[in-house]
Write a new protein. Sequence first.
Length: 475
Amino acid sequence: GFLTPDAPLDGLRPTYETLSFLELFANQAAVVIEGARLYEEAQRNSEERAALIEIGRVLSAPEALRDLDTVYQTIYEQVKRVMPADAFFVIRYLHQKDALMIDYFIDEEVSYPTFEFQHFPANMKKLLFEERQGYLFSCEQEYAHFLNEEAPEIDDNLFGSMRPSQSFLFVPIHYGETPIGLLSAQSYQPDAYTRRHLEMLKEISIQAGIAITNARLNSELRDALKQAQESDQLKNHFLMTASHELRTPLTAIQGYLELLGAFGELVDEEAKLRFLTNARRACEELVLLLGNVMDTSRVDQDGVSLNLGPVKVINAVQLILEILEPTTTREKRPVEVRIPDDLCVWVDDLRLRQILLNLVGNALKYTPAFSKIEITAKGVDGDTLNERPLSPHNHLLDMPCDQFVIIAVKDWGPGIGAQDQGRLFTKFMRLDSALNSIQRGAGLGLYLCRQLTEAMGGRIWIESQGIPGEGSTFA
């Protein structure tokens, strides 16, 4: 700086001696001022280092890594300690979509919901992938120029009450070379930030990248552990269920064959035929149980192999009824079929018949003898299915036709209560009423039906009031 000596009382210029004295004083003052400045800078550097150490400690604490929301809240609280932050954003990069999402947004201590950008502003992409140095904007106009008319479209219903920010900091978040997203601190005052604030936020972003990655890994580890525990429980449950369910047909087969071996010469031909017929039925039941187990294993490990094409629904249903004819005849079960002869659906023929065999087979097993079974099918518009949205993986929506087919199997059995309906299509699921019945099953049939239906772009559901005699409809 400089000194400006003045003598307003007499209006005279300073003398040479006065100037020499002032020059000497200025030199000494410069040393003192520079020392004070260096001390202040050292003090500030020390405080910033201490703050960063504290931020690193807080962000690495186990309680801060419970989940991403906790990490984001901790980052915000630490940023607020060292700089103005009227508004604060954590913007996550969605790798699969190549898009940005506001994962955490707080404005004047009010939290707002997550929000996905409809497009990826070019300069933000450049900041995240190329420059990686961060940006400081001292006014709203600078920020608008940075976006270059690519500002994200924001729903006024969600964010309309916010005041516009006047100062902005943006820094990228990386973990090593992996882009994670962006941090943004904003103030309602113009010129609220300096380069020191930007450098500070960049340092915080390094800690944030580690904390966010650790929280995500912890979450994935917890999920994997939970899945492993559930898989272990399912395995134990399956082993108990399978041993229980498979024992009955095996025991029946063994019993009838032993009877024939021991008393074959003493029983008449009609009794022999009855023994062999019952043994054959037990074999068929055993084949169905083992088939569901094997098919489920293949579906879970390798996915569903499909051979799609147009299939007449009536033909598939008639083939299933031919397979089940011995049962329907023996139990005198009327089966009513109401399906247009020309109704076609784009599916895998084998998989459709597999689904129908399970559904009609269940209707026969779990409903009283002599009760009716009804099989219907009809074409509907896509809008008709709004209340029952199709699978998000539905590839049939790519077809030029907006028609779908609803195939329904209706019985007049005991019905299924609402509390049980949501569990029906899960693996190894058998209701208490089924476990206590004489009917065998591994709890895989409906799970397999769901997997196959969704693989072909459809959805399976149940409609039932749980009232005995009114039955259930699987569609």
